[in-house]
Design a protein around this ligand. Sequence first.
Ligand code: GLN
Length: 494
Amino acid sequence: MPKMQTAVSVAADVAGGRRTAGEVCAGALRQIEARDGQIQAFLETTRTDALDRAARLDADIAAGKPVGPLAGVPIAVKDNICTAAGHTTCASKILAGYVSPYDATVVERILAAGGVIVGKTNLDEFAMGSSTENSGRFATRNPWAADRVPGGSSGGSAAVVAAGLVPLALGSDTGGSIRLPASFCGVVGVKPTYGRVSRYGLVAYGSSLDQVGPLAANVQDAALLLGVIAGRDPLDSTSVAEPVPDYVAELADERLAARAGRLRIGIPREYFGAGLDEETRAAVEAALAVYRRLGARTVEVSLSHTPYAIATYYLVATAEASSNLARYDGVHYGHRTAHPHDLLDLYSASRSEGFGAEVKRRIMLGTFALSAGYYDAYYNKALRVRRLIKDDFDRALTQCDVIAGPTAPTPAFRLGEKVADPLQMYLADIYTIAANLAGIPALSIPCGFSVAGLPIGLQLMGPLFGETQLLQAARLYERETDWHTRRPSLGREV
Ligand code: GLN
């Protein structure tokens, strides 16, 4: 299998005239054509648009014009992020054939930085799920084992990076949807602080939880993409005007040396209890030992409301989803039933035909939690517990700079293993969901493999706008290990 170049080196080669963006783009499209069939991670490629854009970039470079930090880098985009090129479907039948009239702000920023978007990736319908099996199209396979899920909901984006089809992809994370697939596929995934990255053009699921973030094969590439997409956007009033650091520069050796000796790592005891797979526990503990060897101090911290995180999330997220998904009514967007009897039937038949089972379940749960008579008992209560969860993190982060633990309780599970039991599926997010409720940044990096050869992820969480220290801590570990350099051979089963 060809060794994939990093995004940083592709951009340097293209900007320096050693390769053309056209060659790089054609190469990525060839790889996708030859190998995506084995993982089924792309919903579509945007070949013509990508090749045009690459050619224009090459013309700019030939004319001596300045190019951005992503010059010529092929990038895949999760299909709940609007792109004017190709379709935006959220892997839902209700949006089949939908063409967005505009690019999401994150997409605009990627294009302005010279990135070349090559296609849209598969997801759980409307980002609701943990395995990409809830896609309204087809299931994506884990590149490390064809009979395993890639995680979700950004399973397509994690799988294309892991398989080496593109160096970078965008995902979205409402309760773990970047970090869980990053962990299952052995790549780096970053959920930024709420408000760090614009949500304009991200199809809303749980608006107070959603963030767009990068998936990459290594920490430096993730930092590069995060730096491009981060920052205030006048089109998203929840985006924050906090200055964007040069995340890549912050990973320079001297910056890391300054960080290593004084790093305090909090270890939440609630993240190492029952339900944690033994191989995952061992890999995470070995990672903590690497940090100690580097001079970091580890302290035990408590996130005592952890047992309530999943229940809280499934009230808040479904309440917001039930409201956000009301817009798909058969009138304004997407699928419309063929022969409605009357207006009500138009709404209900269009929605019944267009939404999949999990999306319907969430709309019903959310509508119930928000209904008169139950609002206080469920939704309001959940908001209060959400605050307690946030307070846990605030307290813990006075004792440490980053909090470390497993990203997921187990390595990738088998396709079909949890589809019949939604509650089991929800438990896959037990360690990731609290960061969304608290709004804090978190990332997952590869920290080992199970005996069966499945990747294991280490999660790091930090204070609001603490992306720099998270990336630095991740890079400190990555420099000591070679997990991130291993690549799967597609088609294997374990
Ligand atoms: N698995 C969680 C859910 O189904 C999280 C999904 C996400 O982060 N988008 O809601």
